[in-house]
Design a protein around this ligand. Structure first.
Ligand SMILES: Cc1cc2nc3c(=O)[nH]c(=O)nc-3n(C[C@H](O)[C@H](O)[C@H](O)COP(=O)(O)OP(=O)(O)OC[C@H]3O[C@@H](n4cnc5c(N)ncnc54)[C@H](O)[C@@H]3O)c2cc1C
Length: 471
């Protein structure tokens, strides 16, 4: 039996890789990654610079890990809907194995590949803990609220133990070695800068992050996860996105290592991840439409200046600015900062959440269609189980609560580095002598707030009430 295992960007690992393990047990194994211009053409890669950087390092690491076990990753350029059927034919494989994708375009691609193949195309679960579509209400509907989804998940989901990484794999057949392949491209070859502040991809790095988290921060996760100034979260989101770790591995490790609230709260976040993926599976239209139909045509404003200030980190709200600069600087934003920042864009500035969503998807290393759309619609108040639209974060109070010493702001907004904690989240309210000794000149070295909090809040609420027709 000869099997082609198609790796495709969400499963860049050898451990807990069911298609790889089963293919290897069945006889001859051919491992393939397709460099599809849909993602890898230079102009496309430029639309996801940090993700591409992480992906390329993960791909290089996968190539090494497969070679180490005796196999070889064939990297083949071309459109996957053409390359995979052609390779299957040329190499006379008996079957093609891969992991399932949730997104509508991935499902459409797989439908076309399956149609073009003359051999079975077997899709495995693996991106999520439970198969999308398997968690249902009593009426067999998709859930639209998180808590009942989480309760049903706890009852129904059967999460197996992760499969160990294979020690030995069958060597690639001689005719497969004759396939025209290319090397893993570098960032430079795709015209991208290599940003040293972006996490390195790869299975080993992912395991090191997992080990480090479980040994230390994970144990205080419930206390520290909301603190933007503390490394209190796992930083595994890009690993989960690209599959350098399986979510099942993270889940199993949490179950074995954490206890009490830390375990409960951390697993709850993994279930939020499930909820996002299951929701997009059932409602692919959420990539272009709001979950709440009454938000259609919401009167967002065109505000080029506000947009530029928000993206560049020049709004005059230090936490919002820190998050904008963290995003561009290293491709990551703390979850609390994502929420504050998304709320500020959509509510304080009344700018369409879709613009923020696209900006995040471009710059986040963990940028993920399902989770990003869920996060943005949640923040804008128009999504599945969203926060009520009338809740508007106060960036100053959020900063004082979740960055009490101001260290998160200091790390990303250096012109405020010398501000005392008392004023770092509201420099516009600092007395002149405090500003002077911190070297801050408002309107010059750091902007004044581009909108006043109370007025912006009132403007949003008036617009929302008028549009949604509620008191
Ligand atoms: C506006 C907005 C946009 C977002 N966009 C993305 C995105 O593109 N990709 C992405 O992975 N996450 C996104 N999130 C969710 C969350 O911010 C990140 O998953 C988290 O900050 C990643 O950091 P971590 O790995 O240290 O998380 P931890 O706190 O260590 O959590 C562990 C894992 O659980 C999952 N998780 C945690 N919080 C959430 C959540 N609120 N919703 C869904 N899953 C969660 C992630 O996979 C994360 O890696 C977004 C949230 C918001 C508010």
């Amino acid at each position: 039996m000869r099997t082609l295992v198609w790796f495709r960007g969400k499963d860049l690992r050898v451990a807990d890789h069911a298609p790889l393990t089963e293919a290897a047990a069945g006889g001859e194994l051919i491992c393939v990654f397709v460099l599809d211009p849909f993602f890898f053409a230079s102009d496309r890669a430029a639309e996801l610079p940090h993700r591409m950087q992480f992906l390329l390092s993960s791909l290089a690491s996968l190539e090494k890990n497969l070679a180490h076990a005796g196999s070889k990753l064939l990297i083949v350029p071309g459109r996957s809907v053409e390359v995979i059927p052609a390779l299957a034919e040329q190499l006379r494989v008996d079957r093609v194995f891969a992991h399932r994708w949730v997104e509508p375009f991935g499902r459409e691609r797989d439908r076309r590949v399956a149609q073009a193949l003359r051999v079975p195309f077997v899709l495995y679960e693996g991106e999520t803990l439970a198969a999308p579509g398997s968690i249902r209400t009593g009426a067999q509907q998709a859930f639209s609220v998180f808590s009942p989804f989480a309760r049903a998940f706890a009852k129904v989901a059967q999460i197996g133990a992760p499969i160990a990484a294979p020690k030995r794999l069958p060597p690639p057949p001689a005719d497969a070695l004759a396939t025209a392949t290319v090397a893993v491209p570098t960032c430079a070859q795709l015209g991208l800068p290599d940003n040293p502040r972006v996490q390195s991809g790869g299975e080993r790095q992912a395991r090191e992050r997992l080990d480090a988290f479980m040994a230390a921060a994970g144990r205080r996760y419930h206390d520290a996860r909301d603190r933007m100034d503390v490394a209190g979260t796992s930083r595994l989101s890009a690993d989960l996105k690209f599959g350098t770790l399986s979510v099942r591995t993270v889940w199993a490790r949490a179950q074995a290592t954490l206890t009490g609230d830390a375990l409960r709260v951390f697993c709850n976040e993994l279930i939020w991840r499930e909820f996002a993926h299951h929701t997009l599976f059932d409602r692919p239209e959420l990539l272009t439409r709001t979950f709440r139909a009454d938000f259609a045509g919401f009167p967002y404003r065109h505000d080029a200046e506000g947009w530029s200030a928000w993206t560049q980190g020049r709004t005059g709200y230090p936490v919002v600015d820190a998050s904008a600069r963290q995003l561009l600087g290293c491709g990551f934003v703390h979850n609390r900062a994502r929420m504050i920042s998304a709320s500020f864009l959509t509510k304080h500035l009344l700018i369409d959440f879709r613009l923020g969503e696209a900006h995040y998807l471009k710059w986040l290393t963990d940028g993920d269609w399902a989770q990003n759309v869920a996060g943005w619609q949640w923040s804008a108040g128009c999504g599945c189980d969203a926060q009520p639209y009338f809740r508007v974060f106060n960036p100053r109070l959020q900063g004082e609560r979740f960055d009490p010493e101001g260290d998160y702001v200091r790390a990303w907004v250096p012109e405020l580095a010398k501000m005392p904690a008392k004023y770092i989240h509201c420099p516009a309210e600092a007395p002149p002598d405090v500003l002077r000794s911190a070297g801050v000149v408002l309107g010059e070295s750091y902007p004044r707030p581009i909108v006043a909090h109370e007025a912006a809040r009132a403007r949003f609420l008036a617009a929302a009430k008028a549009h949604l027709g509620r008191p």
